[in-house]
Design a protein around this ligand. Sequence first.
Ligand code: HMG
Ligand code: MG
Length: 299
Amino acid sequence: MGKLPDFVQIKEVGPRDGLQNEKKWVPTEAKIAWINMLSNTGVKEIEFSSFVHPKMIPALSDAYEVGKRIKRNRDVTYSALVPNRKGLEFSLEAGIDGASVFMSVSETHNGKNINKSIHDTYPVLKEVIQEAKQAGKHVTGYVSTVFDCPHEGKIMPEAVIPVCDQLLEFGVDDLSLGDTLGSAVPIQVEKLLDQILKRYPQEKIIMHFHDTRGMAIANILTAMKYGISRFDSSIGGLGGCPYAPGAAGNVATNDVLYLLHGLGIETGVNEKKIQEASLYIQDILGKTLPSRSLLASGE
Ligand code: HMG
Ligand code: MG
């Protein structure tokens, strides 16, 4: 384990992972206004929506309109979740800069989430990855349930490697390893990264922690000690996968920034502006968001 990084890059996934599980419809206008606010916080990547089947994720059924109408900041990469060719076509028309493909290590979660076996998922993702690359887009491969599966229990690091190998072979630029359930503890992060970093350079690895049991900050600190310097987080701690029962939101961007800035690690992100954008969506959703830093701010 080495020293902590000097700079950490945050990908804001609030508009996608954050909203996908919300029962309350957030009007398209409000999504656009919110993403425009996020575009001016200093974050370099925003996952703005998801081009999946609208019946599977009704909360994001306006992905196309959102993509078309958000005000682009040239310093920000706007990416979206893309499950298949149809999703890729819509997302390219909507103007994505980056496509995020996704699948699970757990056969059961993969089936419930994307209606396919792992074996049958590979050719679908291969086509999406290669076409997105041909179109000049950055492609991230999400690998879900890398620690625990809500249906199958513990996942061994050895099971994660073949999925990562395949996605990299198909041409993804990087991998985002997902603690979908938000159940991992630091020793699991260590065991996984021990294996992963033997095979791939740390620059290719992003960690995606949900914070169901309040372990995400400890897990991020652990991952940083392994040299990982890219993390996904969601403003206010919104989020969760509707097809992973028991999973709560992503680690809150607010809390991650509090940790990083407190450690003297640069992010380029303005905490005050993140707070303003958190309060904006909190008002629209009409509920208190779980971020501890936001709660502590008393607003
Ligand atoms: P399927 O039903 O197997 O798809 O769904 P299909 O190819 O058999 O097509 C069936 C119908 O759906 C057809 O329409 C298609 O055109 C249509 P019909 O001919 O019957 O009228 N269709 C689509 N329509 C719009 N957009 C599309 C699309 N694709 C097909 N893209 C599919 C397969 C993957 C599409 C579906 O299961 C799905 O949308 N799943 C997404 C579930 C999801 O979004 N889950 C949450 C995100 S993953 C996550 O949160 C984890 C992550 O955060 C990391 C972590 O935390 O670990 C990333
Ligand atoms: Mg997630």
